[in-house]
Design a binder for this molecule. Structure first.
Ligand code: SF4
Ligand code: SF4
Length: 297
């Protein structure tokens, strides 16, 4: 069975019909499955890979919500029965591939129908992930459809991204895009490579491009005490942030253990006092307002 999304179909891991932290105002947020980064600190590691339908998770389900179906071509497919699922996530815990059997395919028409149900309460939609832009043809088709629909055209269309999309990709979606939130997880390329599995050049290129297009809504900085380098490289980070338009929001995220697996669970969490130290240091270089976390776990 193909795990590849198509122009008119997306592989969706979760949908929030209301969020006020994923872009401006009230937003419907679609989390797409699949990511091209492999962050040590990922707090949703089961969104990284596509399900290979190995079947290992089926027996773990206490609610009989997973089964194996044989395909005409002789392969097997794991089927999720949403009506029986209690969302205990035991299936996710046992998956050897950092995946999730609860993936749903949505066509553009399916998604438009869902948005239409909620549009009276929404300012816009945000496509997140995983890495949203790995399913760019679907995003472009969906945003185009929203913008050309008389009932939905008032909704703003945002992307929440790790910044890895090429300049050409951003140019393709830009005519239909109102804004984007981009993560910057480290300053030095080798630190970035160690933390996420890729260097930071594409991320910087993305931030620069979106800023020139007035489509950069927010840059998110993840502070991991003693591991990331956004504090030790504060002069360079501050100088860079100062090149961005004043309207671009800066959000500081604190590393926490929720959802994290592997070695990062042994790392120190970012406390409120440590985050305030980082904030004050960065503020002394930028004099820009920055959004701080409201919850520390
Ligand atoms: S979710 Fe993981 S364990 Fe379950 S079938 Fe897919 S790859 Fe196998
Ligand atoms: S999350 Fe749903 S499908 Fe997965 S093990 Fe729990 S009940 Fe079964």
């Amino acid at each position: 069975m193909s795990v590849k999304p198509t122009q008119n179909e997306a592989l969706v891991s979760r949908i929030l019909t209301f969020s006020c932290v994923d872009g401006p105002g009230n937003r419907l947020v679609v989390f797409l499955q699949g990511c091209n980064f492999d962050c040590i600190t990922c707090h949703n590691p089961h969104t990284i890979n596509h399900c290979t339908h190995c079947g290992d998770c089926v027996k773990s389900c206490p609610s009989d919500a997973l089964s194996i179906a044989s395909q005409q071509n002789g392969t097997q497919r794991v089927v999720w029965h949403a009506d029986k699922c209690t969302h205990c996530d035991l299936c996710i815990d046992v998956c050897p591939d950092k995946s999730n059997p609860k993936i749903v395919r949505y066509s553009v028409d399916d998604m438009l129908a869902l948005i239409r149900q909620h549009h009276f309460f929404l300012n816009g939609i945000t496509i997140s992930g995983g890495e949203a832009t790995l399913q760019l043809p679907f995003i472009i088709a969906l945003f185009k459809a929203v913008k050309s629909d008389s009932e939905l055209a008032h909704l703003t269309c945002y992307i929440d991204s790790n910044g890895s999309l090429s300049r050409t990709g951003w140019e393709r979606v830009s005519p239909y895009l109102d804004g984007a939130m981009i993560d910057l997880k480290a300053w030095q390329s080798d630190t970035h490579l160690w933390l996420v599995g890729r260097d930071k050049h594409r991320v910087i290129d993305t931030i620069d491009y979106l800023a020139t297009q007035n489509k950069l809504h927010e840059v998110r900085l993840l502070h991991i005490p003693g591991k990331s380098d956004l504090d030790t490289e504060v002069d360079a980070v501050g100088d860079y942030l100062n090149t961005l338009p004043k309207e671009v929001k800066i959000r500081l995220n604190a590393f926490q253990h929720h959802g994290v697996i592997g070695e990062a669970l042994t790392w120190e969490k970012c406390s409120e006092s440590e985050m305030n130290r980082f904030h004050d240091l960065l503020f002394s270089k930028t004099n820009r307002p920055m959004q701080l976390p409201t919850i520390y776990t």
